[in-house]
Design a protein around this ligand. Structure first.
Ligand code: NAD
Length: 485
């Protein structure tokens, strides 16, 4: 089949690449010319600068010019296309609603082209972007506005997890198709033929609105698991003596009815989807006059979680950040990606700067270029000049008074030894991901260890660490900071 994928970011590029592996003729179109030039080069480093996913650059290089084509101009190629996939960014507005401007630009442009096509074969326009419920209907009306004939609209939400995008596209747990007519269902069944009768992959055909809702309910339920463990499990183990977080998880999730996924505690879930999708669902339900208490609580807990370890450092460890140098290790929102959108590290760095740190020494195995882009903007905030960028964790830790682990990169599991070899106590280790299995070694060597989901462990001697503020009183954690409404 001839397919055009519109938007070639974290969703569009893996989707286009994997479809091309199955022998479809796939044209991937984007308005970002530098991005398209990078993909057209077939060079792994250039491709990964935009989307860094294991195995992706190889698939692109293998299929480039045979089954996979990139372009910044679709005017000449719409004729004869069977299916268009819309993989456009749909970021949040300040009020939580979805910013549809990029999507609307794309569909009006497409409508204009399709309205003038010569060949009137059936064409299906498929939303892969996460879009408010009712958007397939909007797409349909925009096409009618442009006089497009013989078309169908469908919703086919994307469920891939970043860091695993290729596998998620090759072997998804489900394909959800929401369409109105048997004819369009049939076209998409042909396109996804390798998945339709697969024993493990659920192939679900439903209405466009149900498909759109499945995406929002899935993402908010996943965030609910995460916020439950952060808001209940972690709080318990931090507040009560002698609770072992890992044993708590094993004991609770032994019940087959309880999800093991999400049963970890962390400094919150970042990425471009969870936060924006739950805000959008809150907005959509509020507009429909429905209560959203549970969603609001889940969102608040997740946002609070991103920086609350800094508050615990001040109130429990009595750490005074003023004029201190702090290493921040892990900048991407999770391991195996260079994506920093909504990453906890953004909040952590902001909180540290506002607490008056002298310097932040940053390190991430993949996201250094991304970080330089995020924080290189002296006009926006001259405090960003206090951030320096380092090639290794050892280099970042050197000369610091404390460190903060923000991302769950596996290489951080061995940090206890690195810290001991590089920094001298008094020294505070804030562990936002519970990454240090041998933290006790650090504590007995005199380092202070403050993990999410566990109490502060004082290194010896605990009482006279000079970094502490004299006379500061510890406040109960629940009252530390105002949780945003
Ligand atoms: N990132 C994820 O893990 C993920 C997972 C599931 C669903 N989604 C959803 O998929 C959609 C895309 O997300 P993403 O992370 O790939 O976004 P992204 O920002 O990485 O990519 C979007 C791409 O669309 C391009 N674009 C914007 N306007 C365009 C236009 N008019 N014509 C052509 N191209 C245009 C941009 O240049 C960009 O390359 C969003 O709705 C998102 O919520 C994302």
């Amino acid at each position: 089949m001839k397919i055009i994928v519109i938007g070639t970011g974290y969703v569009g590029l893996p989707h286009a690449a994997v479809l091309s592996e199955y022998g479809h003729e796939v044209h991937a179109y984007d308005i970002d010319a530098t991005r398209i030039a990078a993909y057209q080069s077939g060079d792994a480093d250039s491709i990964e600068r935009y989307v860094n996913e294991p195995g992706l650059a190889d698939i692109v290089a293998e299929n480039l010019g045979r089954y996979l084509f990139f372009t910044t101009d679709i005017n000449g190629i719409v004729e004869g296309t069977d299916v268009f996939f819309l993989c456009i960014n749909t970021p949040p507005n300040r009020d939580g609603s979805t910013d549809m401007s990029y999507y609307l630009d794309a569909i009006h442009h497409l409508g204009g082209l399709l309205g003038q096509r010569q060949n009137q074969q059936r064409v299906v326009l498929v939303n892969k972007s996460t879009v408010p419920i009712g958007t397939a209907r909007l797409l349909e009306s925009v096409m009618r506005e442009h006089g497009v004939e013989n078309f169908g609209v469908a919703s086919n939400p994307e469920f891939l997890a970043q860091g695993n995008a290729v596998e998620g596209s090759r072997r998804p747990d489900r394909i959800v198709i929401g369409a109105d007519t048997a004819e369009d269902m049939q076209i998409l069944r042909r396109l996804y033929s390798q998945f339709v009768n697969h024993v493990r992959i659920r192939y679900l055909e439903t209405t466009p609105e149900t498909a759109e809702a499945i995406k929002y309910v899935s993402n908010t339920l996943l965030l609910t698991y995460i916020s439950f463990w952060n808001g209940v499990g972690a709080r318990l183990a931090e507040a009560m003596p002698n609770i072992r977080m890992e044993d708590l998880k094993v004991g609770v999730t032994a019940d087959a009815r309880i999800s093991t996924w999400g049963s970890y505690v962390s400094n919150g879930a970042g990425g471009s989807c969870f936060g924006k999708d739950i805000q959008s669902l809150i907005y959509q339900l509020n507009r429909a006059g429905r209560k959203t208490d549970i969603l609001q609580a889940v969102y608040n807990i997740n946002e609070y979680q991103k920086t609350y370890l800094i508050d615990r450092a001040i109130h429990e460890a009595h750490f005074n950040f003023n004029q201190k140098t702090v290493a921040v290790l892990g900048l991407s929102f999770k391991k195996r990606t260079n994506d920093m959108r909504d990453s906890a590290a953004l909040g952590v760095v902001g909180a540290l700067l506002s607490r008056g740190v002298r310097a932040i020494r940053a390190y991430d195995p993949l996201a250094m270029d991304e970080a330089r882009r995020s924080w290189f903007n002296p006009d926006k905030n001259h405090l960003f000049e206090r951030i320096s960028y380092h090639e290794t964790a050892v280099e970042a830790i050197d000369g610091t008074d404390a460190l903060y682990i923000s991302t769950d990169w596996e290489e951080f599991r061995g940090l206890a030894r690195t810290i001991q070899a590089t920094a001298r106590p008094p020294y505070l280790v804030m562990d936002g991901r519970r990454m240090l299995p041998d933290f006790d070694m650090l504590v007995s060597a005199g380092y202070d260890y403050l993990p999410v989901g566990g109490p502060l462990l004082h290194g010896w001697p605990a009482s006279d660490a000079p970094y502490r503020e004299n006379g500061s009183t510890a406040a109960p954690i629940a009252e530390l900071r105002h949780v945003p409404a």
